[in-house]
Every structure is written in C-alpha cells, then in structure tokens.
Design a protein around this ligand. Sequence first.
Ligand SMILES: Cc1cc2nc3c(=O)[nH]c(=O)nc-3n(C[C@H](O)[C@H](O)[C@H](O)COP(=O)(O)O)c2cc1C
Length: 324
Amino acid sequence: MALKTKITELFGIEHPIVGGTMMHLALADYTAAVSEAGGLGVLASANYKDMGEFRAALQAVKAKTKKPFAVNLNFFPALNQIDNNLYLDVMIDEGVPIVESSGHKAPEEVVGRIKAAGMKWMHKCVGVRYAKKAAGLGADVVTVVGYENGGATGTLDITTLCLVPRVVDSLGVPVIGGGGVADGRGLAALLALGAEGVIMGTRLLLAEETPLHPEIKQALCEADELSTKLVLRKLQNTHRVLDNETSRKVVEMEERDAPFEEILPLIAGMVTKEKFAAATDGGLLACGQGIGLCKEIQPMAEIIADIVAEAERTMARLRGIFPN
Ligand SMILES: Cc1cc2nc3c(=O)[nH]c(=O)nc-3n(C[C@H](O)[C@H](O)[C@H](O)COP(=O)(O)O)c2cc1C
C-alpha cells in the first residue's frame, strides 16, 4: 500500500518522504538513493564550488535514477558565498524539476527565475512568519522543521509538535514537516498533524549510501536522544550537532567568548568535510534528537521501506482505537 498525499501527487513520488539536503553528504549517490527508494532526494548545490562539477553531479543523479529529485539552494550566510543564479543557470539547463531553498531569509531574488523556468519551489524554514512569507512569495510547498532537528535550528526554538499544526493552519499550500522524524511513527504523527509529507536528515545519516565514515555511523548507532548539542548561537547561526569532542570544544570556546578566528578552524567547511570521511569523532556533525531512534546502518531503500511499513502499521493501530 502506498501513502498518497498532496506531496506525492505534486512531486510525482511514491512516498511522502523528503531526504533532507546535507552539506558535504547530499551528493549524487545520496540524492539518487532517496529518489530511487521512492522519496525525494535533495542534492546540496553548496557542495560544489565549480559549476562544471555541479553539472556533473546533476548528470550523475540522472544517470542513477529516472525518478524526480530536487536541488537545494543555500541562503545561509557563508564565508565564500556563490551567487545562487550560477547554480540556477545549470539547473535550468539540466531540467531539474524541483528547487528547495533554505537559509536565514526567503530567496526573493531568484523566485521569478524559478517560476519562469516552470520548476516547483519549496522553501524550508523554522517559524510561522517565515512560512507565511515564503507562501506569499509563491512557494508551492513550505517545509518547516522544529527545534529537535539536526542542522540549523534558527532562534525561535519551536518544537515540531507545536510548529507543524500552526503552520498547517496558517497557510494555504501543502506543508512538509520535520525535526525528530526518524521512523514510521513520526511519519504517521506528522500526517496526523496535517503535514502532507516529512523531511528527514538524521535517520538518513545511517544509510549505506551516505558518505560518512562507517565508524562515525557506528558511533551514531550508539548515540541517544541526549547526544546532541546546540552550537554557534552567539554567532547567530545556531546548529544542533552531535555531542562529541569537537562540539564540546566549540561550546567551551563560545562560553568564554573566544574570538571567531579561534573557533573558525573547528567549524570550517573543508575541515568538516575531511572529518566526515575519516575515522574521527566526525567533527561538527549536524545531528537531531531523533538519533535516539536510529540503531542500524541500512541501505537507503530498506530505511524508506521500513518507515513506510511502520507508518502503515501505526495508522492501522490507531484505526483500532476507534473501531466504529
Ligand atoms: C549532517 C546534516 C547536514 C545538514 N545540512 C543542511 C544544509 O546544508 N542545508 C539545509 O538546509 N539543511 C541541512 N540539514 C537539515 C536537513 O536537511 C533536514 O532539514 C533535517 O535534518 C531534518 O531534521 P532531522 O535531522 O531531525 O531529521 C542537515 C542535516 C544534517 C543531519
């Protein structure tokens, strides 16, 4: 049985599950694996500083799956910011069907181009007012993630359980919810809250296709819901990350107001990328509280199938509570 929602219809996908974009990890293999499993994979454009490499990544996804996929445009502050119009040029040329934007602001400057190219646009944010702004700009779908999510949490600190129904009630467009969704019970719960689909990042860290070193994945299997920390709040860039040696050092530096130049080597993109590929503590690794529900390294297709099957069992159990 398949779960049919406005999102599966709009995007032409089998399951209402978006595989969250992930810096350094949402490359071609990851993206194609999510889409091939029936969800929607989201390639992170910011992984590519060279447009030739970016184009090659899009072509690699298309070679691995004929199913729909999306590309994320990053509107977070970055040290070496690349003009998102350059990515859009390549995306339009390669016929990317769906664009996701995320960041500290709505991408007003590129909405016109996305719409003119006939792409579907979803915007990811962390609060009702940001969601309304994106819908007002013409977003086809708005994604909201609660405070328990892995990665950027913003400053509003609203939990998924409170945020998703508020946004559903406030918008006229389909809503995808996330933050702490790591199994089929979470998927069923968010559908019950009115979301048309879910986004997951943390659970997919344990997919075989995600390019994290196996020893880091093993450490994640042993982590629980207490194993995350918030970092970079004083830099206005709060992220939920795995509690490890690197994040503990960053917290210690922030607590004593260390200068940015001292923190930078621990958070710089290149350092993080190298640590993801090596048997280290993983560096600053975004990770949500849902990690407590993630116990096994599995192929992506198995993860998605397990989640859908568990959501269906959960809904059947709930139907049993109301037998008439
Ligand atoms: C390792 C990692 C890296 C991430 N990188 C990004 C990113 O670059 N841009 C972005 O918009 N979201 C990023 N996210 C957030 C995910 O796309 C997704 O919204 C989030 O993981 C969902 O919450 P969950 O972790 O509780 O499942 C990242 C998440 C993780 C776990």
